[in-house]
Design a protein around this ligand. Sequence first.
Ligand code: HOZ
Length: 430
Amino acid sequence: MNRSRSDKLFLEARKVIPGGVNSPVRACKSVGCDPLFINRANGASVYDVDDNRYTDYVCSWGPMIMGHAHPNIITAIKGVADQGTSFGAPTRAEVQLAEKVVQAVPSIEKVRFVNSGTEATMSAIRLARGFTGRDTVVKFDGCYHGHADSFLVKAGSGVVTLGIPGSPGVPDDIVKNTVSIPYNNFEILEKTLNDPKLDIACVIIEPVAGNMGCIPPQEGFLETLRELTTEKGIVLIFDEVITGFRLAYGGAQEYLNIMPDLTCLGKIIGGGLPVGAYGGKTEIMDQIAPDGPVYQAGTLSGNPLAMAAGIAALEILEVPGFYDELNTKSAECLNRLKKCAEETGIAATFNGIGSLMTCFFTDQEVVDFDSAMKADTDRYATHYQNMLAKGIYLAPSQFEVAFMSSAHSPEDLEYLEKMTEWSFKKIVEK
Ligand code: HOZ
């Protein structure tokens, strides 16, 4: 496969952009190659600048649940672009998208739009602290909630991919208010939330972890978390930046039937444009300025292009049957890939839920950060390169998820299965 234009662009990029990329995982360091520069995409396909085609299982890290360049979304963006791209003033589209979000997500009564998932989580913990008058934030090892200072403690995604323990530049004075505990560990959860010395404002969790690979919650874990937080007056925040409008129209909270107090959204609600949002109970949301004292603002928040793309995206997703079809197709694909692992004898554990999945290169069960860390990242790198050579674009990290979209065809999935089997055999025989 000729990648000369991508290689040349990467050399140029490195001179003017740190690491040549605007988000670290994209540099592909952990899979031992240089990044592809993407030129265009359509449906389930992405094309690099050398015009190689790949079936895409990154889906822009989640937003493209309906495939790339969906005509309804593109028409909606073009339609509003003619009328101006930012006003810094309220628009009708913000109200329309907010109404849709409130209708869709069971626990959200009011919602505030921001520009990214990081902004959403950062604002949500400020709100929880303002609401409770307490300081401590509890998170889970390997969960990633964007790159705000308070969250860069045992974080997942790029931080773990690059093997960085935390980040220089984050003052100890800030992270001393963050407590990180193991995901899916009932005992430590109970002990922490019952600790009288901790002044806990909120617990933030990915209801299905998606930034240390895909790790679903164990039975009863979120229920226990909900009970304990209610009992202690602690604000429970679901970070549904990945799972929102992904597992079901109402997100993981609908799919798993557990209601948080606040929810953070991003990715899909922007239809591929930069958007984040946080929302929840009126009582809490009314603490945000201008109604309340907790300050949060943004020039481009509720941007008309992003709102239009978000409304168009949600209109596609609200069609009855969308999620049944996508989740059934994904479950079938997951089963077939599991079979490939069994038949080839490779040490691989597939985790999956809805249209999210991860193949961990370990024969152990993967239920938390420590067990995820047992995966053989060198094997993942080999598998990534094998698949890329055959035109399949996977996440360039063992600790991210593969995303399925409604645009993936039965032929795409058959090809994925065939190539996975081929790659596994090649790895085993090595
Ligand atoms: N943190 C993102 C994945 N969980 C990566 C975003 C990107 O590189 O675009």
